[in-house]
Design a protein around this ligand. Structure first.
Ligand SMILES: O=c1nc[nH]c2c1ncn2[C@H]1C[C@H](O)[C@@H](COP(=O)(O)OP(=O)(O)OP(=O)(O)O)O1
Ligand SMILES: [Mg+2]
Length: 198
């Protein structure tokens, strides 16, 4: 029987990546997309850790089981780290990827390529109903492109340029993304501590 893990996310892009990465080890991932009756969790923390913990603890309490959550975002150096923890709602409550991308590009107008350094960040929180919890972090460095390219991935991927591949994160395959992404790096850390997950 394969191991099952519940991940407190409603984001389809994340869910697919998490499912693919955990499948490598034969783990079956359930997400909140499998439980549409679960209400939205308000992400009012000021750090990735706080939000990841809140999402995981809310669902761990509701299900009486250990739960993993992913809080992630884009950190742009020339914007003092914005949109950061507020990445999903950067251009407003609607969580509109297109509008978020446009806002980043607008705020970076006139900034030359060498100053468009950025990174994706992912914090995973693994939380037991008792409140016992562990954090795993991953990052992926890149540059903010001048315009969107590609249609793969989700979120800010079309403007996240990977120098070593000469492509954006939306132009590489999901297999390639799942080898180098912030999410993949955080899961790598978690898998080092796999004894934690029962
Ligand atoms: O690999 C990625 N490629 C592109 N963009 C990404 C990535 N990873 C996170 N992001 C962006 C999308 C969203 O603007 C924000 C996550 O916000 P975050 O609150 O963690 O997720 P969410 O609200 O979409 O789903 P949920 O909280 O249900 O997991 O960072
Ligand atoms: Mg969220």
């Amino acid at each position: 029987m394969s191991q099952q893990i519940i991940i407190a996310t409603k984001n389809l892009g994340k869910a697919k990546e998490l499912q693919a990465i955990f499948a490598e080890d034969g783990w079956e991932v359930k997400t909140l997309l499998d439980y549409p009756e679960v209400p939205d969790i308000v992400e009012d923390g000021s750090t990735f850790e706080e939000n990841a913990y809140k999402k995981a603890k809310t669902i761990a309490d509701a299900f009486g089981l250990p739960v993993l959550a992913d809080d992630s975002g884009l950190i742009v150096d020339a914007l003092n780290g914005e949109p950061g923890v507020y990445s999903a709602r950067y251009a407003g409550e609607a969580k509109d990827d297109q509008a978020n991308i446009e806002k980043v590009l607008e705020n970076l107008q006139g900034v030359p390529m060498e100053k468009r350094t950025a990174r994706f960040h992912c914090t995973l929180a693994y939380v037991q109903p008792s409140g016992e919890h562990y954090y795993f972090n991953g990052t992926c460095p890149g540059l903010i492109a001048e315009s969107p390219q590609g249609s793969g991935g989700f979120g800010y991927d079309p403007i996240f340029y990977l120098k070593e591949k000469n492509k954006t994160m939306a132009e590489i395959t999901s297999e390639e993304k799942n080898k180098i992404s912030h999410r993949a790096m955080a899961i790598k850390e978690l898998k080092k501590d796999r004894h934690l997950i029962k």
